[in-house]
Design a protein around this ligand. Sequence first.
Ligand SMILES: NC(=O)c1ccc[n+]([C@@H]2O[C@H](COP(=O)([O-])OP(=O)(O)OC[C@H]3O[C@@H](n4cnc5c(N)ncnc54)[C@H](O)[C@@H]3O)[C@@H](O)[C@H]2O)c1
Length: 254
Amino acid sequence: MQRLADKTILITGGAGGLGSAAVALFIEQGARVVISDLNVDTGTALAARYGKKAAFVAHDVTSEAAWAQAMDFVAQQFGQLDVLINNAGILQSGDIETTTLAQWRQLMQVNADSCFLGCQHGILAMKAHGGSIVNVASVASWMPMQDFPAYGASKAAMASLTRSAALHCRKKGYAIRVNSLHPDGIYTPMLQATAPGIAPEHILFDPARNPKGRARMPDDIARLLVFLASDDAQAVSGCALQADNALLGMGLWP
Ligand SMILES: NC(=O)c1ccc[n+]([C@@H]2O[C@H](COP(=O)([O-])OP(=O)(O)OC[C@H]3O[C@@H](n4cnc5c(N)ncnc54)[C@H](O)[C@@H]3O)[C@@H](O)[C@H]2O)c1
């Protein structure tokens, strides 16, 4: 049985590493997918690969006007929206002394403002019929990040927004589930940029932190997006699903 049969999904950052893996699995599971991204060339080529089951929309997730246009595009292409995946994001390094205010604001804009706008527009689009919103946060929502404090703060904002939006939907009686997903390292262009030329089995975290000895592959995490998007997760809302290979549970989290 296909777990996302007849569902329409909008995924932001759909042309990226995790996004494109998720698009493939969503389509395999019967969904119609709108791929949103700033990267027009890659997004258009990806959508073309799936024929009528996918469409691409150029969408800057920091822009309120662009969110309204993206929602109109979904309605025109496929009708009712059933699932929104807030996945677009950026990572920039810099510790608390070296991060500039401009960098802080950019990270908050792309990672946190986008989640706020996405939840707002997603709830508006789905409140009459229900649906699922998944916010792709990070283990950085909870972990101190010496070299990525602004990224961590932006992902913590996503976790908090998720819980508040989920509670709002419950109290309003909307059949919309809102959950966040918290991976540690995923072998995508974002992670590769932090360690150029290093193979997956050597990338990220010392062996004590990552006994599996490698970063997660995009498919490993995309399968969790399928679960949270699907009716299999009917009982789950306001949940922060950690996909961190026990990083926090190992007590390595100060
Ligand atoms: N890779 C990791 O180790 C890791 C770990 C935890 C969480 N995450 C999160 O997973 C999500 C996906 O990341 P990824 O690893 O696939 O990275 P990626 O860089 O491969 O993909 C990110 C995508 O977001 C798009 N994007 C960036 N800014 C945008 C904007 N303003 N509007 C629209 N699209 C925009 C990019 O064009 C790109 O296609 C991100 O939210 C990231 O923070 C990644």
